[in-house]
Design a protein around this ligand. Structure first.
Ligand SMILES: Cc1cc2nc3c(=O)[nH]c(=O)nc-3n(C[C@H](O)[C@H](O)[C@H](O)COP(=O)(O)OP(=O)(O)OC[C@H]3O[C@@H](n4cnc5c(N)ncnc54)[C@H](O)[C@@H]3O)c2cc1C
Length: 431
Protein backbone atom coordinates (compact mmCIF):
# COMPACT_ATOMS: atom_id res chain seq x y z
CA UNK A 1 0.00 0.00 0.00
CA UNK A 2 1.12 3.55 -0.74
CA UNK A 3 2.32 6.05 1.83
CA UNK A 4 0.67 9.43 1.22
CA UNK A 5 2.53 12.65 1.96
CA UNK A 6 0.36 15.78 2.37
CA UNK A 7 2.42 18.84 1.45
CA UNK A 8 5.37 19.39 -0.89
CA UNK A 9 7.41 21.79 1.22
CA UNK A 10 10.90 20.82 2.42
CA UNK A 11 9.59 18.23 4.91
CA UNK A 12 7.24 16.49 2.46
CA UNK A 13 9.71 16.38 -0.43
CA UNK A 14 12.54 15.05 1.72
CA UNK A 15 10.54 12.34 3.47
CA UNK A 16 8.98 11.22 0.19
CA UNK A 17 12.43 10.92 -1.39
CA UNK A 18 13.72 8.94 1.60
CA UNK A 19 10.77 6.54 1.30
CA UNK A 20 11.26 6.19 -2.46
CA UNK A 21 14.97 5.54 -1.90
CA UNK A 22 14.00 2.69 0.43
CA UNK A 23 11.78 1.21 -2.30
CA UNK A 24 8.45 2.18 -0.71
CA UNK A 25 5.56 3.31 -2.94
CA UNK A 26 4.87 6.93 -2.08
CA UNK A 27 2.65 9.73 -3.41
CA UNK A 28 2.93 13.45 -2.64
CA UNK A 29 -0.01 15.83 -2.97
CA UNK A 30 -0.03 19.57 -2.39
CA UNK A 31 -3.08 21.80 -2.14
CA UNK A 32 -1.37 24.68 -3.96
CA UNK A 33 -1.71 24.76 -7.77
CA UNK A 34 2.09 25.06 -8.12
CA UNK A 35 5.18 25.82 -6.05
CA UNK A 36 5.07 29.37 -4.74
CA UNK A 37 7.95 30.97 -6.67
CA UNK A 38 8.98 33.41 -3.94
CA UNK A 39 11.34 32.35 -1.12
CA UNK A 40 10.42 32.46 2.56
CA UNK A 41 13.78 31.41 3.99
CA UNK A 42 17.29 31.90 2.63
CA UNK A 43 19.56 29.55 4.56
CA UNK A 44 20.66 25.95 4.94
CA UNK A 45 22.57 25.01 8.08
CA UNK A 46 25.62 22.79 8.47
CA UNK A 47 23.44 19.89 9.68
CA UNK A 48 21.24 20.08 6.56
CA UNK A 49 24.36 20.06 4.38
CA UNK A 50 25.74 17.06 6.30
CA UNK A 51 22.49 15.15 5.75
CA UNK A 52 22.35 16.07 2.06
CA UNK A 53 25.99 14.96 1.78
CA UNK A 54 24.96 11.52 3.07
CA UNK A 55 22.62 11.18 0.10
CA UNK A 56 25.15 12.41 -2.47
CA UNK A 57 23.26 15.69 -3.00
CA UNK A 58 25.32 18.34 -1.28
CA UNK A 59 27.21 19.57 -4.36
CA UNK A 60 23.94 20.46 -6.12
CA UNK A 61 23.06 22.71 -3.18
CA UNK A 62 26.51 24.21 -2.66
CA UNK A 63 26.55 25.24 -6.33
CA UNK A 64 23.57 27.53 -5.65
CA UNK A 65 24.93 30.17 -3.32
CA UNK A 66 27.66 31.57 -1.11
CA UNK A 67 28.76 29.87 2.08
CA UNK A 68 29.22 32.18 5.03
CA UNK A 69 31.24 31.10 8.10
CA UNK A 70 29.44 33.38 10.52
CA UNK A 71 25.93 34.18 11.71
CA UNK A 72 24.10 35.87 14.54
CA UNK A 73 22.65 34.44 17.74
CA UNK A 74 20.88 37.71 18.49
CA UNK A 75 21.47 41.17 17.02
CA UNK A 76 24.96 42.28 18.02
CA UNK A 77 26.04 38.80 19.11
CA UNK A 78 27.86 37.07 16.28
CA UNK A 79 28.59 33.36 15.87
CA UNK A 80 31.73 31.98 14.27
CA UNK A 81 30.60 28.82 12.46
CA UNK A 82 34.16 27.92 11.46
CA UNK A 83 34.65 26.58 15.02
CA UNK A 84 32.08 23.79 14.49
CA UNK A 85 33.19 20.17 14.12
CA UNK A 86 31.69 19.40 10.73
CA UNK A 87 32.67 19.06 7.07
CA UNK A 88 30.51 22.14 6.44
CA UNK A 89 31.50 24.85 8.97
CA UNK A 90 29.28 27.55 7.48
CA UNK A 91 25.73 28.46 6.50
CA UNK A 92 24.69 28.22 2.83
CA UNK A 93 22.78 31.16 1.37
CA UNK A 94 20.09 29.59 -0.83
CA UNK A 95 16.50 30.61 -1.45
CA UNK A 96 13.96 28.21 0.04
CA UNK A 97 12.14 27.76 -3.27
CA UNK A 98 15.47 26.62 -4.85
CA UNK A 99 15.91 24.12 -2.00
CA UNK A 100 12.44 22.81 -2.78
CA UNK A 101 13.07 22.70 -6.54
CA UNK A 102 16.28 20.69 -6.05
CA UNK A 103 14.53 18.26 -3.70
CA UNK A 104 11.65 17.91 -6.16
CA UNK A 105 14.19 17.14 -8.91
CA UNK A 106 15.77 14.41 -6.77
CA UNK A 107 12.33 13.01 -5.98
CA UNK A 108 11.53 12.89 -9.72
CA UNK A 109 14.83 11.03 -10.32
CA UNK A 110 13.55 8.48 -7.79
CA UNK A 111 10.36 8.14 -9.87
CA UNK A 112 7.89 10.25 -7.87
CA UNK A 113 6.13 13.36 -9.22
CA UNK A 114 4.36 15.86 -6.96
CA UNK A 115 0.63 16.13 -7.64
CA UNK A 116 -0.02 19.85 -7.34
CA UNK A 117 -3.52 21.20 -6.79
CA UNK A 118 -4.65 18.14 -4.78
CA UNK A 119 -5.71 18.87 -1.22
CA UNK A 120 -6.11 16.42 1.63
CA UNK A 121 -9.52 17.37 3.03
CA UNK A 122 -10.30 14.56 5.46
CA UNK A 123 -9.29 11.09 6.59
CA UNK A 124 -10.11 8.27 8.99
CA UNK A 125 -7.72 5.58 10.11
CA UNK A 126 -8.19 1.99 11.28
CA UNK A 127 -5.82 -0.78 12.30
CA UNK A 128 -4.81 -1.62 8.71
CA UNK A 129 -4.69 1.68 6.86
CA UNK A 130 -5.96 5.21 6.34
CA UNK A 131 -8.88 6.30 4.15
CA UNK A 132 -8.03 9.74 2.85
CA UNK A 133 -10.19 12.20 0.91
CA UNK A 134 -7.96 14.00 -1.60
CA UNK A 135 -10.00 16.61 -3.48
CA UNK A 136 -12.96 14.56 -4.71
CA UNK A 137 -11.04 11.26 -4.74
CA UNK A 138 -10.82 8.61 -2.03
CA UNK A 139 -7.53 6.91 -1.37
CA UNK A 140 -6.71 3.90 0.82
CA UNK A 141 -3.12 4.24 2.04
CA UNK A 142 -0.90 2.53 4.55
CA UNK A 143 0.21 5.75 6.32
CA UNK A 144 -0.51 9.47 6.00
CA UNK A 145 2.33 11.92 6.66
CA UNK A 146 1.20 15.45 7.47
CA UNK A 147 3.82 17.80 6.05
CA UNK A 148 1.12 20.38 5.52
CA UNK A 149 2.63 23.29 7.41
CA UNK A 150 1.85 25.11 10.64
CA UNK A 151 -1.94 25.15 10.19
CA UNK A 152 -1.86 21.40 9.46
CA UNK A 153 -5.24 19.87 8.70
CA UNK A 154 -3.68 16.44 9.28
CA UNK A 155 -2.64 17.37 12.83
CA UNK A 156 -6.06 18.81 13.64
CA UNK A 157 -8.07 15.93 12.12
CA UNK A 158 -5.88 13.38 13.90
CA UNK A 159 -6.85 15.10 17.16
CA UNK A 160 -3.24 15.79 18.07
CA UNK A 161 -2.99 18.63 20.59
CA UNK A 162 -0.61 21.51 19.84
CA UNK A 163 0.32 22.92 23.23
CA UNK A 164 2.80 25.70 23.81
CA UNK A 165 3.12 29.43 24.22
CA UNK A 166 0.80 31.80 22.35
CA UNK A 167 2.01 34.84 20.44
CA UNK A 168 3.21 37.82 22.47
CA UNK A 169 4.53 39.81 19.53
CA UNK A 170 3.47 40.05 15.91
CA UNK A 171 5.33 41.10 12.82
CA UNK A 172 5.06 41.67 9.10
CA UNK A 173 7.39 40.54 6.35
CA UNK A 174 7.24 42.72 3.26
CA UNK A 175 9.30 41.85 0.19
CA UNK A 176 8.96 45.03 -1.87
CA UNK A 177 10.77 47.07 -4.48
CA UNK A 178 12.27 49.99 -2.55
CA UNK A 179 15.44 52.02 -2.05
CA UNK A 180 17.60 49.94 0.32
CA UNK A 181 19.90 52.82 1.33
CA UNK A 182 16.97 55.01 2.34
CA UNK A 183 15.68 52.20 4.56
CA UNK A 184 18.94 50.91 6.04
CA UNK A 185 19.08 53.38 8.92
CA UNK A 186 19.04 50.83 11.72
CA UNK A 187 15.45 51.71 12.65
CA UNK A 188 13.86 48.75 10.88
CA UNK A 189 15.20 45.34 9.93
CA UNK A 190 15.89 45.42 6.21
CA UNK A 191 17.64 42.88 4.01
CA UNK A 192 18.72 43.58 0.43
CA UNK A 193 17.73 40.90 -2.07
CA UNK A 194 18.27 40.87 -5.84
CA UNK A 195 15.70 43.36 -7.20
CA UNK A 196 13.86 43.93 -3.92
CA UNK A 197 14.27 44.42 -0.17
CA UNK A 198 12.85 42.39 2.71
CA UNK A 199 11.45 44.63 5.43
CA UNK A 200 10.51 43.15 8.80
CA UNK A 201 8.28 45.31 10.99
CA UNK A 202 6.73 44.79 14.37
CA UNK A 203 2.94 45.09 14.35
CA UNK A 204 1.64 47.09 17.33
CA UNK A 205 -1.58 45.08 17.46
CA UNK A 206 -2.30 41.67 16.05
CA UNK A 207 -4.50 41.65 12.97
CA UNK A 208 -5.67 38.84 10.74
CA UNK A 209 -6.40 38.54 7.04
CA UNK A 210 -4.21 39.43 4.09
CA UNK A 211 -1.55 42.13 4.56
CA UNK A 212 -2.10 45.22 2.41
CA UNK A 213 0.83 47.25 1.06
CA UNK A 214 -0.83 50.49 2.28
CA UNK A 215 -0.81 49.11 5.85
CA UNK A 216 2.90 48.24 5.58
CA UNK A 217 3.61 51.77 4.30
CA UNK A 218 1.64 53.26 7.20
CA UNK A 219 3.58 51.24 9.82
CA UNK A 220 6.89 52.00 8.12
CA UNK A 221 6.20 55.76 8.03
CA UNK A 222 5.26 55.69 11.72
CA UNK A 223 8.43 53.79 12.60
CA UNK A 224 10.78 55.98 10.53
CA UNK A 225 9.01 59.28 11.19
CA UNK A 226 9.23 60.01 7.46
CA UNK A 227 8.12 58.43 4.19
CA UNK A 228 10.23 56.03 2.14
CA UNK A 229 8.03 55.18 -0.84
CA UNK A 230 7.49 51.48 -1.43
CA UNK A 231 7.13 50.05 -4.93
CA UNK A 232 5.60 46.79 -6.07
CA UNK A 233 5.03 44.16 -3.39
CA UNK A 234 6.32 40.67 -4.20
CA UNK A 235 5.23 38.97 -0.97
CA UNK A 236 3.52 40.26 2.16
CA UNK A 237 3.00 38.06 5.18
CA UNK A 238 2.62 37.90 8.96
CA UNK A 239 4.50 36.02 11.64
CA UNK A 240 4.46 35.77 15.42
CA UNK A 241 6.64 34.47 18.23
CA UNK A 242 4.24 31.64 19.12
CA UNK A 243 6.02 28.42 20.07
CA UNK A 244 3.98 25.24 19.89
CA UNK A 245 4.73 21.57 19.46
CA UNK A 246 2.49 18.62 18.61
CA UNK A 247 2.06 16.47 21.70
CA UNK A 248 2.64 13.41 19.56
CA UNK A 249 4.40 13.16 16.19
CA UNK A 250 2.95 9.68 15.58
CA UNK A 251 -0.68 8.76 16.11
CA UNK A 252 -1.40 5.27 14.79
CA UNK A 253 -0.80 5.47 11.04
CA UNK A 254 -0.66 9.26 10.92
CA UNK A 255 2.70 10.99 11.30
CA UNK A 256 3.69 14.68 11.40
CA UNK A 257 6.92 16.31 10.20
CA UNK A 258 8.15 19.88 9.77
CA UNK A 259 6.02 22.92 10.65
CA UNK A 260 2.95 20.72 11.15
CA UNK A 261 4.73 19.30 14.21
CA UNK A 262 6.25 22.52 15.56
CA UNK A 263 6.14 26.28 15.19
CA UNK A 264 8.61 28.66 16.80
CA UNK A 265 9.73 32.27 16.60
CA UNK A 266 11.47 33.06 13.30
CA UNK A 267 14.69 34.05 15.13
CA UNK A 268 17.53 31.84 14.02
CA UNK A 269 15.88 31.01 10.66
CA UNK A 270 15.93 27.26 11.20
CA UNK A 271 12.49 25.99 10.08
CA UNK A 272 13.60 24.43 6.79
CA UNK A 273 16.53 22.78 8.51
CA UNK A 274 14.45 21.28 11.30
CA UNK A 275 11.96 20.04 8.68
CA UNK A 276 14.75 18.26 6.77
CA UNK A 277 16.13 16.69 9.95
CA UNK A 278 12.63 15.41 10.87
CA UNK A 279 12.23 13.93 7.39
CA UNK A 280 15.58 12.12 7.36
CA UNK A 281 14.90 10.66 10.83
CA UNK A 282 11.42 9.52 9.78
CA UNK A 283 11.98 8.15 6.27
CA UNK A 284 13.93 4.95 7.00
CA UNK A 285 11.89 4.16 10.11
CA UNK A 286 8.57 4.41 8.29
CA UNK A 287 10.00 2.47 5.31
CA UNK A 288 11.02 -0.39 7.64
CA UNK A 289 7.59 -0.26 9.29
CA UNK A 290 5.71 -0.42 5.97
CA UNK A 291 7.83 -3.29 4.64
CA UNK A 292 7.45 -5.25 7.89
CA UNK A 293 11.16 -5.18 8.72
CA UNK A 294 10.99 -2.73 11.61
CA UNK A 295 11.91 -3.82 15.11
CA UNK A 296 9.12 -3.30 17.65
CA UNK A 297 8.65 0.38 18.47
CA UNK A 298 10.97 1.76 15.77
CA UNK A 299 8.45 4.33 14.48
CA UNK A 300 7.85 5.58 18.02
CA UNK A 301 11.55 6.45 18.28
CA UNK A 302 10.86 9.06 15.56
CA UNK A 303 8.57 10.83 18.03
CA UNK A 304 10.96 10.36 20.95
CA UNK A 305 14.00 11.68 19.08
CA UNK A 306 12.51 14.48 17.03
CA UNK A 307 10.11 15.72 19.72
CA UNK A 308 13.10 16.14 22.02
CA UNK A 309 15.11 17.87 19.25
CA UNK A 310 12.10 20.10 18.45
CA UNK A 311 11.70 21.08 22.11
CA UNK A 312 15.32 22.30 22.07
CA UNK A 313 14.64 24.32 18.92
CA UNK A 314 11.63 25.94 20.58
CA UNK A 315 13.64 26.76 23.69
CA UNK A 316 16.54 28.23 21.71
CA UNK A 317 14.45 30.28 19.30
CA UNK A 318 12.32 31.60 22.18
CA UNK A 319 15.48 32.68 23.98
CA UNK A 320 16.75 34.36 20.80
CA UNK A 321 13.44 36.11 20.29
CA UNK A 322 13.23 37.34 23.90
CA UNK A 323 16.85 38.49 23.93
CA UNK A 324 16.17 40.80 20.99
CA UNK A 325 13.93 42.96 23.24
CA UNK A 326 15.11 46.49 23.86
CA UNK A 327 14.94 46.23 27.68
CA UNK A 328 17.08 43.09 27.70
CA UNK A 329 20.15 44.79 26.28
CA UNK A 330 22.20 44.31 29.52
CA UNK A 331 21.56 40.54 29.38
CA UNK A 332 22.44 40.58 25.71
CA UNK A 333 25.69 42.43 26.42
CA UNK A 334 26.61 39.95 29.12
CA UNK A 335 25.88 37.00 26.81
CA UNK A 336 27.90 38.63 24.05
CA UNK A 337 30.85 38.66 26.43
CA UNK A 338 30.25 35.02 27.35
CA UNK A 339 29.84 33.99 23.71
CA UNK A 340 33.60 34.36 23.28
CA UNK A 341 33.99 31.19 25.36
CA UNK A 342 30.69 29.56 24.38
CA UNK A 343 30.88 30.22 20.62
CA UNK A 344 31.38 26.59 19.50
CA UNK A 345 28.57 25.36 21.75
CA UNK A 346 26.10 27.99 20.50
CA UNK A 347 27.10 27.62 16.84
CA UNK A 348 26.60 23.83 16.96
CA UNK A 349 23.30 24.28 18.80
CA UNK A 350 21.90 26.74 16.25
CA UNK A 351 23.17 24.69 13.29
CA UNK A 352 21.77 21.44 14.74
CA UNK A 353 25.25 19.88 14.61
CA UNK A 354 25.11 18.89 18.29
CA UNK A 355 21.97 16.75 17.83
CA UNK A 356 22.37 13.50 19.75
CA UNK A 357 19.80 10.71 19.92
CA UNK A 358 19.43 8.07 22.61
CA UNK A 359 21.26 4.98 21.27
CA UNK A 360 19.14 2.74 23.57
CA UNK A 361 22.03 0.43 24.41
CA UNK A 362 24.45 0.67 27.34
CA UNK A 363 27.63 2.57 26.53
CA UNK A 364 29.22 5.95 27.00
CA UNK A 365 31.21 6.35 23.80
CA UNK A 366 31.14 10.07 22.82
CA UNK A 367 29.99 9.22 19.28
CA UNK A 368 26.98 7.11 20.33
CA UNK A 369 23.82 8.80 19.07
CA UNK A 370 25.69 11.48 17.16
CA UNK A 371 25.99 11.84 13.37
CA UNK A 372 28.91 9.61 12.37
CA UNK A 373 31.85 11.74 11.27
CA UNK A 374 32.63 11.44 7.59
CA UNK A 375 35.67 9.16 7.98
CA UNK A 376 37.57 7.72 5.06
CA UNK A 377 37.15 3.94 5.09
CA UNK A 378 38.06 1.01 2.87
CA UNK A 379 35.18 -0.98 1.46
CA UNK A 380 35.21 -3.64 -1.27
CA UNK A 381 38.95 -3.08 -1.73
CA UNK A 382 38.64 0.64 -2.42
CA UNK A 383 38.83 3.83 -0.46
CA UNK A 384 35.50 5.55 0.24
CA UNK A 385 33.80 7.67 2.92
CA UNK A 386 31.03 7.17 5.44
CA UNK A 387 28.88 9.71 3.55
CA UNK A 388 29.27 7.74 0.32
CA UNK A 389 28.40 4.44 2.01
CA UNK A 390 25.18 6.00 3.35
CA UNK A 391 23.93 7.15 -0.07
CA UNK A 392 21.60 4.17 -0.64
CA UNK A 393 19.91 4.98 2.69
CA UNK A 394 20.75 1.64 4.32
CA UNK A 395 22.42 0.90 7.67
CA UNK A 396 26.20 0.59 7.55
CA UNK A 397 28.31 -1.71 9.74
CA UNK A 398 31.99 -0.72 9.76
CA UNK A 399 34.62 -3.13 11.00
CA UNK A 400 37.29 -0.42 11.10
CA UNK A 401 37.96 1.78 14.19
CA UNK A 402 36.92 -1.14 16.45
CA UNK A 403 33.52 -1.33 14.75
CA UNK A 404 30.58 1.03 14.29
CA UNK A 405 26.91 0.57 13.37
CA UNK A 406 25.48 3.58 11.56
CA UNK A 407 21.75 4.05 11.02
CA UNK A 408 20.48 5.06 7.56
CA UNK A 409 20.12 8.65 8.81
CA UNK A 410 23.83 8.70 9.60
CA UNK A 411 23.58 8.49 13.41
CA UNK A 412 25.81 6.11 15.33
CA UNK A 413 23.86 3.22 16.86
CA UNK A 414 26.75 1.19 18.26
CA UNK A 415 30.51 1.52 18.73
CA UNK A 416 33.16 -1.08 19.45
CA UNK A 417 31.68 -3.18 22.29
CA UNK A 418 31.01 -6.74 20.98
CA UNK A 419 28.66 -7.47 23.89
CA UNK A 420 26.14 -4.80 22.91
CA UNK A 421 26.18 -5.34 19.12
CA UNK A 422 23.31 -7.90 19.12
CA UNK A 423 21.14 -5.51 21.15
CA UNK A 424 21.98 -2.60 18.83
CA UNK A 425 21.08 -4.67 15.76
CA UNK A 426 17.83 -5.84 17.36
CA UNK A 427 16.91 -2.25 18.32
CA UNK A 428 17.68 -0.55 15.00
CA UNK A 429 17.73 -3.05 12.14
CA UNK A 430 15.46 -5.85 13.37
CA UNK A 431 15.95 -9.58 13.06
C1 LIG B 1 9.51 35.12 6.61
C2 LIG B 1 10.06 33.74 6.86
C3 LIG B 1 11.43 33.54 6.75
C4 LIG B 1 11.97 32.29 6.99
N1 LIG B 1 13.31 32.11 6.87
C5 LIG B 1 13.86 30.89 7.06
C6 LIG B 1 15.27 30.65 6.83
O1 LIG B 1 16.03 31.54 6.46
N2 LIG B 1 15.74 29.40 7.07
C7 LIG B 1 14.94 28.38 7.46
O2 LIG B 1 15.43 27.26 7.68
N3 LIG B 1 13.58 28.57 7.63
C8 LIG B 1 13.04 29.77 7.43
N4 LIG B 1 11.68 29.97 7.59
C9 LIG B 1 10.82 28.84 8.02
C10 LIG B 1 10.45 27.92 6.85
O3 LIG B 1 9.90 28.65 5.80
C11 LIG B 1 9.45 26.83 7.30
O4 LIG B 1 9.83 26.34 8.57
C12 LIG B 1 9.42 25.65 6.30
O5 LIG B 1 8.84 26.06 5.08
C13 LIG B 1 8.66 24.44 6.85
O6 LIG B 1 8.61 23.44 5.86
P1 LIG B 1 7.39 22.39 5.82
O7 LIG B 1 7.71 21.48 4.69
O8 LIG B 1 7.19 21.83 7.16
O9 LIG B 1 6.09 23.26 5.53
P2 LIG B 1 5.73 24.28 4.37
O10 LIG B 1 6.96 24.75 3.68
O11 LIG B 1 4.83 25.28 4.97
O12 LIG B 1 4.93 23.38 3.31
C14 LIG B 1 3.62 22.94 3.57
C15 LIG B 1 2.97 22.58 2.24
O13 LIG B 1 1.76 21.90 2.53
C16 LIG B 1 0.77 22.32 1.59
N5 LIG B 1 -0.54 22.04 2.21
C17 LIG B 1 -1.14 22.71 3.22
N6 LIG B 1 -2.31 22.12 3.53
C18 LIG B 1 -2.45 21.04 2.72
C19 LIG B 1 -3.44 20.03 2.57
N7 LIG B 1 -4.53 19.99 3.36
N8 LIG B 1 -3.27 19.08 1.61
C20 LIG B 1 -2.16 19.10 0.81
N9 LIG B 1 -1.20 20.04 0.91
C21 LIG B 1 -1.33 20.99 1.86
C22 LIG B 1 1.08 23.77 1.36
O14 LIG B 1 0.56 24.22 0.11
C23 LIG B 1 2.61 23.78 1.38
O15 LIG B 1 3.18 23.63 0.09
C24 LIG B 1 11.11 31.21 7.35
C25 LIG B 1 9.72 31.42 7.44
C26 LIG B 1 9.21 32.67 7.19
C27 LIG B 1 7.72 32.86 7.27
Amino acid sequence: MTVLVAGAGPAGLMVAAELALAGVEVAVVDAAPARFPHPRGFTLSARSLELLDRRGLVDRFLAEGPVVPYGMFVPGMGLDFSAMETDHPYVLGIAQNRVEELLEEWLAELGVRVRWGQEVVDFTQDADGVDVVVGDERWRVSHLIGCDGSRSLVRKRAGIAFPGVGATSHGLVADVEADFDALATGEVFVLPRPGYVRIVLEEPEPRSGPVELGYVQELLNARLGREVPLGRALWLSRFSDAARQAESYVRGRVVLAGDSAHVHPPAGAVGVNVALADAVNLGWKLAATVTGQAPEGLLQTYHDERHAAGARVLRTTRAQSLLAREDLSPVRDLLTELSAVANKHLAELVAGVDTRYDARIPGAHPLLGRLAPNFEVRSGGRSTTVAELLRPGRPVLLDEFGGMLIRPDGHVAWVADPETLPAALRTWTGP
